[in-house]
Design a protein around this ligand. Structure first.
Ligand SMILES: C[S@@+](CC[C@H](N)C(=O)[O-])C[C@H]1O[C@@H](n2cnc3c(N)ncnc32)[C@H](O)[C@@H]1O
Length: 272
């Protein structure tokens, strides 16, 4: 059984497994379904899981998949690193056949090893994302401009000063790489804090509004075709329930809410 913040990997695994089983699914993910079946779902987490978590996770996952596909279509991608990979099956879903590194804390990597997640050009790394050793290994394996680093569901679990130090190290050693990560917006922070405290995986910070300025301050340059506004509109279109889509789209037109939104940031890392 995974503990603390690592337990959250079961929530996202379940969300993808359920997405796979839906008639109107956004993506197929047979590995997620099989891994959930093997690992089992701890019944005590039931009270914290909801349809909304399933929907949000599936939309985020589908959007990050599309970002990666977009990058692979636009330029050469030699390696992909998934920080805090949890029980992600993104490599299998996308069928990426070049170097792929899945990094997480040792107990999560041990769970993946037990599931026999293997593949050609695939490596597991049991390390904290805050340990700069992975940056050196990645920087020396392929040019940063051909590297994508994904951190889905990670940075807000870590103290802000440590995340800032990590970004500085990435901008020093991996400038030009594509970085994809999600943030919790100021609008959602209090509710997210309550939820994550209940599941014993506290979160530490929210992105300071406005969203685009926070993305720029993180050291990301916008990639053509992956502009923040277009990505927000795309995520809203992915909500399949008419009423929820209409309400959230109306909110998104109001600048105060748009600026304080949660979402996924993507861009090329600027040198420091
Ligand atoms: C919400 S899960 C996300 C997992 C996966 N990215 C996904 O979307 O399914 C959070 C993950 O962050 C990992 N994590 C937390 N702190 C970490 C750290 N310092 N370094 C690496 N991984 C970490 C946890 O072990 C867990 O797998």
């Amino acid at each position: 059984m995974l503990e603390g913040v690592s337990k959250t990997a079961l929530f996202t695994l379940r969300a993808r497994a359920e997405e796979h089983a839906r008639k109107n699914r956004r993506f197929a993910d047979p590995d997620a379904a099989a891994w959930l079946e093997t690992l089992g779902w701890p019944p005590e987490l039931d009270e914290h899981y909801s349809d909304w978590i399933q929907t949000k996770t599936a939309i985020r996952t589908a959007q990050i998949d599309r970002m990666v596909t977009h990058c692979c279509a636009q330029f050469e991608v030699a390696q992909i690193v998934e920080l805090a990979c949890g029980l992600s099956s993104r490599r299998q879903r996308l069928g990426f056949d070049r170097a792929w590194i899945d990094l997480d804390l040792p107990e999560v990597i041990a769970a993946r090893e037990r599931l026999r997640v293997r593949g050609e050009h695939h490596r597991h790394v049991a390390l904290s994302a805050l340990d700069p050793a992975w940056i050196d290994a990645v920087a020396s394996a392929a040019p940063p401009a051909q590297t994508i680093v994904i951190a889905e569901g990670l940075f807000y679990y870590l103290p802000l000063d440590e995340v800032e130090a990590l970004f500085a190290a990435m901008r020093e050693r991996l400038a030009g790489a594509v970085l994809i990560f999600d943030v919790i917006g100021a609008m959602d922070f209090e509710a997210a804090k309550r939820f994550h405290t209940q599941i014993e995986a506290p979160i530490h910070w929210a992105a300071p509004p406005p969203f685009e300025a926070a993305m720029h301050a993180s050291g990301l340059d916008v990639i053509e075709g992956l502009e923040p506004d277009a990505l927000l509109d795309e995520a809203l279109r992915e909500i399949q329930t008419f009423v929820a889509r209409a309400v959230l789209s109306a909110f998104a037109r109001v600048k105060m809410f748009r600026d304080r939104r949660s979402g996924t940031m993507v861009g090329r890392l600027r040198p420091l």
